[in-house]
Design a protein around this ligand. Structure first.
Ligand SMILES: NC(=O)c1ccc[n+]([C@@H]2O[C@H](COP(=O)([O-])OP(=O)(O)OC[C@H]3O[C@@H](n4cnc5c(N)ncnc54)[C@H](OP(=O)(O)O)[C@@H]3O)[C@@H](O)[C@H]2O)c1
Length: 280
């Protein structure tokens, strides 16, 4: 029977992929993690194996006998290309070990986003897959719905929250949705090459987010649109460190230029499920 491995299995998304896979398939599962002990005891039939993308020798053993792999993008940040090196090591080792299909968790508009600094590692990883001979399912996940709740934290005592996202919308996804997409993509037997956008039902603008929050939380939220510069000023005045304020304003500006959408039907086509309603 086809054996499926999940990298990063102890992370938030990794654990959800595992649970989702257990609910839809009986195929043998192999859990890869830098902290396999954290996964011991989940089930006696599951086999946690040590795997660190920074230690290639650990990957060779970890991927032995694996047919299909969910490659969860790591959270390594930095301008030195570390995340791409990690992903390349995982892909090269998987190919050498005879893995036939990789499901990679990429990011929406990986190669065309206005937030290219954020998505560049994903674009490069996608290119590595495309230049190889392996089958793949690239899942371009939209922003997690954590971001919506973070936006609402900007609201002051009057409920006003400033933003510089203009009319840009965000097609927020839940991690569970991304996990379900990965679980279906790795277990449905697809052996070709596909790139899917995993998004929520629609791209939600800041005024729409305010209205959703007002309805679900029963308090007032009023979006106030300002320029990117004014957003930085206001945040710094509210004690946000200047570097963080600049980063947050940069994201708003990227959303204004289309980085958060559009919504896609790919999740529904892949899983037969509707995307969940945004929960605030
Ligand atoms: N769409 C979005 O809005 C969004 C937002 C944030 C992040 N992301 C991406 O989605 C990924 C999963 O999200 P999450 O919420 O599950 O994050 P998380 O809980 O922080 O998990 C980080 C993941 O990176 C893995 N990892 C880190 N260093 C590694 C290494 N050297 N070798 C192998 N694996 C390594 C971890 O695996 P182990 O600890 O088990 O080894 C873990 O699965 C993130 O890593 C990031 O690339 C997407």
């Amino acid at each position: 029977m086809t054996s499926i491995a999940i990298s990063g299995a102890s992370g938030k998304l990794g654990r959800m992929v595992l649970q989702s896979l257990r609910s839809i398939t009986k195929q043998p599962l192999v859990l890869l993690s830098r902290t396999p002990d954290a996964l011991a005891g989940i089930s006696s039939s599951l086999e946690p194996r040590f795997a660190d993308f920074d230690q290639v020798e650990s990957l060779q053993q970890a991927m032995a006998g694996v047919d299909r792999l969910v490659l969860i993008s790591t959270n390594a940040m930095g301008p030195d290309g570390i995340r791409v090196r990690q992903h390349r090591a995982a892909i090269d080792t998987a190919i050498a070990a005879g893995v036939s299909h990789i499901v990679y968790t990429s990011f929406l508009k990986a190669d065309s986003s206005p937030l290219s600094l954020m998505t560049a590692d994903h674009a490069t990883t996608e290119a590595i897959l495309k230049e190889s001979s392996i089958g793949y399912s690239i899942l371009r996940n939209a922003f997690y719905d954590d971001l919506a709740r973070q936006f609402l934290e900007r609201a002051d005592h009057d409920g006003r929250f400033v933003h510089a996202a203009g009319a840009g919308g965000v097609a927020y996804v839940t991690r569970q949705q991304c996990a379900d997409a990965a679980a279906f993509a790795v277990s449905d037997g697809f052996s070709g090459r596909r790139t899917l956008d995993i998004t929520g039902r629609k791209a939600i603008t800041m005024p729409e987010l305010a209205e959703l929050a007002r309805t679900s939380r029963g308090r007032s939220y009023s979006p106030v649109e300002v320029s990117k510069e004014a957003l930085v000023e206001r945040m710094v005045a509210a004690s946000v460190p200047p570097e963080s304020a600049a980063m947050l304003a940069w994201i708003d500006d990227g959303l204004a230029r289309g980085a958060g959408g559009p919504a896609s039907q790919d999740f529904e086509r892949l899983t037969g499920r509707e995307p969940p309603v945004l929960a605030l």
